[in-house]
Design a protein around this ligand. Structure first.
Ligand SMILES: [Zn+2]
Length: 201
C-alpha cells in the first residue's frame, strides 16, 4: 500500500514549485507521473500548473464536481501529484485514497489548509482526515519573521473578510500572514465602517 500525502501551506509558500520539482525529478528518472488540478483554477490558463517562480507544466487531468476516478487508469504510474487540492471535491479525495491501495500508487496533494476566514476548505478537511502524512510547506509572514499560517485577502488594497470562499481571478490579492497580523488586519476590516485605521507594527 502506498501513502497519501497532504502538503499544505499558505499562499506564496511555493507549493506549486515544490510539486513541479517533484514531477521533474520523477520524469528525469524515466518514471511515470500524473498531474492533476481542479478545473475551477483558471489563473494560469486551464491546463497549466504554474509557479510564481516561472516553472510550469500541463495538467494531465482536470477535476470537477462530477469527476470519478477509475483505479484502472492509474495502474503503472509511479506517482500522482495534485495541485490546489483544497478545491477538490471530498469524494475525489476518497477516490485518491483508494488508488494508494489498488493499484498502490503514492498520491501527493498540495494545497491551502484554510480560506481567508481561517476556515478549512472542504478538500483540505478530507485530506486532513485521510492522509498518512501531513506536512507543512512553510513561509514567513508578510509583516514579520514569524511563520505564516493565515491567508489575508485584500480587495483594492484593503484587508477584508467578506466575499465568497472561492473567487479566483477577481480584483483581489492575498498575503501569507501570522495569526497576530491576521487578527490585527481583520479586526480592522470589521471596524472599517467606524473609521479605524490599520497600522502594521
Ligand atoms: Zn506577522
Amino acid at each position: 500500500m502506498a501513502k497519501l500525502y497532504f502538503r499544505y501551506g499558505t499562499m506564496d509558500s511555493a507549493k506549486s514549485l515544490n510539486l513541479l520539482a517533484v514531477a521533474h525529478n520523477y520524469r528525469k528518472q524515466g518514471k511515470r507521473v500524473m498531474l492533476m488540478k481542479p478545473r475551477l483554477d483558471v489563473r494560469f490558463g486551464t491546463a497549466k500548473i504554474a509557479s510564481r517562480a516561472g516553472l510550469e507544466a500541463d495538467a494531465d487531468l482536470m477535476i470537477d464536481e462530477d469527476t470519478t476516478l477509475d483505479p484502472r487508469d492509474f495502474a503503472g504510474l509511479d506517482c500522482v501529484l495534485v495541485d490546489e487540492a483544497q478545491f477538490l471535491p471530498p469524494q475525489v479525495i476518497e477516490d485518491l485514497r483508494r488508488i494508494t491501495v489498488d493499484p498502490g500508487v503514492p498520491v501527493i496533494c498540495y494545497g491551502l489548509r484554510t480560506d481567508f476566514r481561517t476556515r478549512l476548505f472542504p478538500g483540505a478537511q478530507r485530506l486532513m482526515e485521510l492522509a498518512d502524512r501531513i506536512e507543512e510547506v512553510k513561509v514567513t509572514c508578510q509583516y514579520c519573521a514569524k511563520k505564516a499560517i493565515c491567508n489575508l485577502r485584500f480587495v483594492n488594497g484593503t484587508p477584508t473578510v467578506r466575499g465568497p470562499q472561492i473567487q479566483l481571478g477577481a480584483d483581489e490579492s492575498y498575503a501569507p500572514v501570522c495569526w497576530a497580523h491576521y487578527d490585527e488586519a481583520t479586526k480592522h476590516a470589521s471596524a472599517e465602517a467606524s473609521g479605524a485605521v490599520l497600522r502594521p507594527s
